[in-house]
Structure formats: C-alpha cells, structure tokens
Design a protein around this ligand. Structure first.
Ligand code: PEP
Ligand code: MG
Length: 561
C-alpha cells in the first residue's frame, strides 16, 4: 500500500482501477519535414489510416453514448474524415511536410474557415482542433487527448479538469476523480460534487500511478491509497450502504429548533435545473449562465439566451431562481468576451467588468432574462459577479431597472465588497457570497493551484470573518437584506452549520449535496450553530477551525461525511 495525501473535496469511499488523463498533444514543430526514409506516399497513407482510426474510435464511442454526447461524438467522427481537412494535409505532405505538421496546419485552416463562416459552422471550429489533436496522437502512437474511453468504470486521475471536460465525462464510467493539481474551489471539485463523485485534489504524486493500478479513494478524508488492504475494502463497502441514505432530500432546510435555512441548488442550465428540482432543491441560488455558452465563439442572440434561461425558470415554477449574469474570464473564459492575452486573468476584466470593455452584452443579457422571466412563473432574482464597489452595485441595479427586472443583487466575492457590504446593500436587494473567489482573493491564492490548496479553503478564519462582516453589513438599521452563500463552502455540511451560525439566510450548492447538508443541519440548534461559528472564527488556522467544528458534530462520522 502507498498513501497519497491530498485534499478531500467530495465525500465517498470507493475502490477502482486508475486511468490517467492523457497529457495534451503538443504542436508539431513548424517547418517539420518528412523523415528521410519516408516517402510522401507512405506519409499520406499513414495520415489516412490515422484519420480512419480516429473516425472508427469516435463512431464506436457514439454507439454507446446517448443524447447530446452521442450527437457530439457522431459529428466529431465525421470531421475526422473531412475531405477538406485530409486533402489539405495531403497537399502539404506532397511538398515535403511531415504528416503530423501537415494535419496540424490543415486543421488550423479548416478551423479558421469555419470560424469565419459564423453561426453553426463556427461552433464546429473547435471540433476540428479536437480531431486534429486526435490524428496527431494516433500518428505518434500515444493516447488520444481528453477523458479516456473505457468499457469498465475507473478512477480518473488528471492534473486538473477544465469546465469543458464535463461534457465528455460519463458519471457511469467514472468512479472517482483524483487530481495532482487543483484546489478545493477548482472546477474538478465543482464537477465532482455536482456529479456526486468522490474526489481528492492536490494529491502529490498521483500522476505517477500506473494505469490499471487499484486504488482506494476517500473523498472526505482526502486520501488515495494504492493496492488497498481488507480494511479499506470494508470501508468502501460501508460507504456504498450509507450513500443511499444521503441520496435524497425532501422537505426544507432547518436547524433542530426550526430556524429555516432554505437549501437551494447551483445549476448551469436546464438539465441541471430539472435534476435539482427532482433532488428536492427549494429553488436555485446560483444559475451560472456562462455555463450555457462555454463553447461559443460569438455572442448568443437574445432569443437563444431567453430560451436557455427559461428552461431553468420552468423547472422551478413559483420558486426563487437567482440568475448570475455572465461570469466570463479567468477560469471560465468565453471567447466572445474574454481577452486571452491578459497577464493576470483572475485580476482582470472578468464578470461584471466585461461591461467596461464590451458594452452592450450585459444589456442584451438583461433583456433576455426579462423576456424569459416574463414568460415563466419563477421568482427571478438577478445578480452580477465580481462587484467591487457600491458604485458598481448602483449601476447594475439601474441597468436591471431599465430592463424591467425587479430584484437586483450582487455576488460578494471580492474582499472589498465584503468590507463595504452595508453601502453595497443600500443599492441592491440582496447579496450572495461566492466563497470560492472570496477565498482566492482574500488569501491571494489562485483557486486552480494544487500547491496552494491549504491556503485556498473557506475554513480560513480570515474568510469566515469576511462572511461575518457581510452579514453584519446586511443588517444595518433600516436596511435589512438577505445574504446567501453560493460558493462550494455551502456544500460542506460542517461549514454549512458554521455559515448558518454566522447568520447567512440561504445556502446554495450542487444538488447532490442537499441531503447531506440537510441531515447535518437538523442536528444542531441555531444557538449551537452560532457557538460553532465562534469556535471556527477564533481558531488559529483553517485546519484547526475545521477539526474543532467537526469534533462537535458527531453526525458527520456516523454518515461518513
Ligand atoms: C464563487 O466564486 O464562489 C462562485 C460561486 O462563483 P464561481 O465558482 O462560478 O466563480
Ligand atoms: Mg466566483
């Protein structure tokens, strides 16, 4: 047995065999020529065989997929044999370019051409780049990029996962996620929790575990163990039995003495919203609208946006749905809004700030939201991400009013917003604490970096203090406004108790965490939650805060959380 300690970000104990996520395919050097012992005919034949192999592999995967995934795989399979792509490459090979470099350059030209055509064609541009990388991988005899295909379920090990990887991640095939990079607020963590998969991030050394090695993953304790013994096997079996108890949330979120804490869901689109409603969410506390358009090169039309938003609103008739305007930039780039050359994207033009450089997009989004809200029965609230000043909050509120939207709010995820919450909340109707970014900005620690995972936790007393200050600001005399939490902190059952004790009104999380949070919350009274909040705030470190609070919540151990 060998242990790889990391940071647990999504509970669960499983055993499975490792599949390493292949490294991205590097660009073949510009000007690379055919090897001296290879003729152009041989290279062209190899190129065609590689394109056929990629086509066949994608087609076979499509046969086992369903829904959107199937359609994407079928379209990509066809692209692998695209005449223009292959002929373009064959021409370059005939002039002496190596097969790898030729397909790379031909892929660039076809992708650029599709991009310039706009509309549906432009969306296929990234498929060509994916196919090109697959053909190069085939020519080099290395694994294709992206999440590996496998007949049997496996433990996926990667450096980190990008939001776009979610599209090809089949939760029926992946038993657990383990990354050597990433922090507790990274997208790997968010993806894992939303799929209900056990996950450990920042586990140093896991990138050297060979494919096929059996490992035990404990997503609550944050450990990965290769070649597990009998006791770990028992632990995994025990979890399988408890997990079913935590599968469903029915009713309302409340403490033992009946203090109501509505438990809401974080969603990225209509499908998520339908699933969240089925899992009992009392509404939506964060609709990440940028997730609807991650692959888009061009701004979606008002009508297309309205349809996407309405699909979420329709899943919650009569219930609260908090929609966040596009949070493009940093870890969630949108090609039509983001400048990919910024030196410090997390400190750059992201979220609400994109209105400074690309005016009009936010106005059109608000117009689309109003259209969808008017056509649905949901109680729609709208908030802006990355608000730093009361001035920005006032301007956003006035833009919402111009669009006919009644309940404007802001995300508090920049420390300056927490520190000036009172002034900000005089301008808008509510605030939602984005503890993922609030932590990264308070601690000056990139949320995507594994080595900074210990700094990057919302258990940091400094972050909890900013949460407390925001709540204080929201209760100013004559101006009481609701404050929720929609960062990953809300999905940690122990931290959810602390946040409740700090006075937060609602908790929003991935729907899979609702049952666990509800089960723990109902074991404490409001006063006990307040005492636990004090305990956490006075701890000298994040780990002490977590340990001290967890020790007082025996239900966590009973439920394996
Ligand atoms: C946050 O920052 O806590 C948040 C909820 O937003 P995101 O994770 O989408 O940046
Ligand atoms: Mg954020």
């Amino acid at each position: 047995m060998q242990n790889f300690p990391g940071v647990g970000v999504s509970p669960g104990r499983v055993i499975g065999t490792v599949r390493q996520m292949p490294k991205p395919i590097s660009e073949p050097p510009a000007g690379e020529q055919l090897a001296p012992d290879t003729t152009a005919e041989e290279a062209t034949a190899a190129l065609k065989a590689a394109s056929q192999a990629v086509h066949d592999e994608l087609k076979a995967r499509a046969a086992h997929a369903s829904g959107d995934g199937k359609a994407v795989l079928e379209a990509t399979a066809l692209m692998a044999k695209d005449t223009m792509l292959i002929k373009g490459a064959a021409k370059l090979v005939a002039r002496g370019t190596s097969a790898e470099r030729a397909i790379w350059e031909s892929g660039s030209s076809v992708s650029e051409m599709l991009h310039n055509l706009g509309g549906y064609m432009a969306e296929r541009a990234t498929d060509v780049l994916d196919v090109r990388a697959r053909i190069v991988a085939e020519l080099r005899g290395v694994a294709a990029p992206g999440i590996p295909a496998s007949e049997n379920p496996f433990v996926l090990v990667a450096d980190d996962l990008a939001p776009a990887d979610t599209a090809t991640l089949d939760p029926n095939k992946v038993l657990a996620l383990v990354t050597s990079g990433g922090g507790p607020q990274s997208h790997t963590a968010i993806i894992a929790r939303s799929l209900g998969l056990p996950a450990v991030v920042a586990a140093v050394g896991v990138d050297h575990i060979a494919d096929g090695t059996e490992v035990y993953v404990d997503g609550a304790a944050g450990s990965v163990t290769s070649e597990p013994d009998g006791s770990l096997r028992e632990a995994a079996e025990g979890w399988a039995a408890t997990a079913s108890l935590l599968a469903e949330f029915t009713g309302t979120g409340a403490t033992a003495d009946g203090h109501q804490v509505p438990l809401l869901a974080n969603v990225g689109g209509g499908k998520d919203a339908v699933a969240a409603a089925k899992l009992g969410a009392q509404g939506v506390g964060l609709f990440r609208t940028e997730f609807c358009f991650l692959e888009r090169d061009t701004e979606p039309s008002v009508e297309e946006q309205a349809a996407a938003y309405k699909s979420v609103f329709d899943a919650f008739p009569g219930k609260k749905v908090v929609l966040r305007t596009l949070d493009a930039g940093a870890d969630k780039p949108l090609p039509f809004l983001t400048d990919s050359t910024e030196p410090n994207p997390a400190l750059g033009v992201r979220g609400y700030r994109t209105d400074f450089t690309t005016p009009g997009v936010l106005d059109r989004q608000l117009e689309a939201i109003a259209l969808a809200a008017n056509a649905s029965e949901a109680d729609v609230w709208v908030m802006a991400p990355m608000i730093s000043t009361a001035e920005e909050a006032a301007r956003f509120a006035s833009m919402c009013a111009d669009a006919g939207l009644q309940t404007p709010g802001v995300m508090v995820e920049v420390p300056s917003a927490a520190l000036t919450a009172e002034a900000i909340l005089r301008e808008v109707g509510f605030a939602s604490l984005g503890t993922n970014d609030l932590t990264q900005y308070a601690m000056a620690a990139d949320r995507q970096l594994g080595p900074l995972a210990n700094l990057n936790t919302p258990w940091q007393p400094a972050v909890l203090r900013l949460v407390g200050l925001t709540v204080e600001g929201s209760r100013a005399e004559g101006n009481s406004k609701p404050v929720g939490v929609c960062g990953e902190a809300a999905a940690d059952p122990a931290l959810a108790v602390v946040l409740t004790g700090l006075g937060v009104n609602t908790l929003s999380m991935t729907a899979r965490s609702l049952a666990a949070v509800a089960a723990v919350l109902k074991t404490v009274t409001l006063q006990e939650a307040q005492e636990l909040a004090k305990l956490a705030l006075s701890a000298p470190s994040a780990s002490e805060a977590r340990d001290r609070v967890r020790e007082k919540l025996p239900v966590l151990a009973e439920l394996g959380l």
